[in-house]
Write a protein that binds this ligand. Structure first.
Ligand code: PEP
Length: 244
């Protein structure tokens, strides 16, 4: 089985009901995309987006709690995401690792909870600029993969997104060789540990735009993208989907 191709959008804390018009535009312009398309809107928009897209795009959450229910004000359980219409959930995004001090251990527990609820976990890893400059990138990615990916991960229930922290929202991207090096490492580490590593969809994320998408998608072991800013407008996300 070849890895699936996935164009994933992360709307972060952007959008109200009016933003769902972008879904109509996206579906009108790309009625039969050649890849799987996923959008992870704020939690308030998951149900209406799922209803609006009627299965033509997948909808996901941006985080979930490791527990199934209980006294966790402001948090969302994986089964609740699923109930609202999600098929996926982004976990371990660098903004959560930074803003909420999430650890690999917590990301791993959340991913296991997502699997238990029947969600595909999109697990994010990535080095900071300081770590890259210090020559630590491959060690950081190896450690995050080992720590954040649960033992039950398979190519069917898990997607890995390589997102260098310094490339997110900055307009800067690694060179093709740098992306290729990390993706080859991830493929090798997943294969060594989980067996079906060759089948995992590996995404690149960090300042993907219509103008650089085709070049990024041509890099070995890149099976798609996790897109932040450029996923908010159909006129930007559409060409990225078309390039995949
Ligand atoms: C992200 O936050 O996952 C991301 C990749 O953001 P951007 O595309 O805006 O760099």
């Amino acid at each position: 089985m070849a890895p699936r191709k996935l164009a994933a959008g992360n709307w972060k804390m952007n959008g109200t009901l009016a933003a769902l018009a972008e879904i109509d535009r996206l579906l009108a312009d790309h009625p039969a995309p050649g890849c799987e398309v996923l959008i992870c809107p704020p939690a308030t928009l998951i149900h209406p987006m799922a209803a609006r897209s009627q299965g033509r795009i997948a909808v996901g959450g941006q985080d979930c709690h490791a527990k199934t229910s209980g006294a966790h004000t402001g948090d969302i359980a994986a089964a609740q995401l699923r109930d609202a219409g999600s098929s996926h959930v982004i976990l371990g995004h660098s903004e959560r690792r930074t803003d909420h001090a999430e650890t690999d251990e917590q990301v791993r527990a959340k991913a296991a909870a997502a699997h238990e609820a029947g969600l595909v976990a999109v697990i994010c890893v990535g080095e900071t600029e300081v770590q890259r400059d210090a020559g630590q990138t491959l060690d950081v990615i190896s450690a995050q993969l080992a720590g954040s990916v649960p033992d039950g991960a398979t190519a069917a229930n898990t997607v890995i997104a390589y997102e260098p922290v310094w490339a997110i929202g900055t307009g800067r991207t690694p060179t093709s060789d740098q992306i290729a090096e990390v993706h080859a490492l991830m493929r090798e580490r997943l294969s060594a540990r989980l067996g079906d590593g060759a089948d995992f969809a590996l995404l690149y994320g960090g300042s993907v735009k219509p103008g650089n998408a085709a070049e990024i998608f041509a890099i070995p072991h890149v099976n798609g993208a996790l897109v932040g800013g450029a996923s908010l407008k159909a006129e930007d996300f559409g060409p990225i989907i078309a390039a995949l």
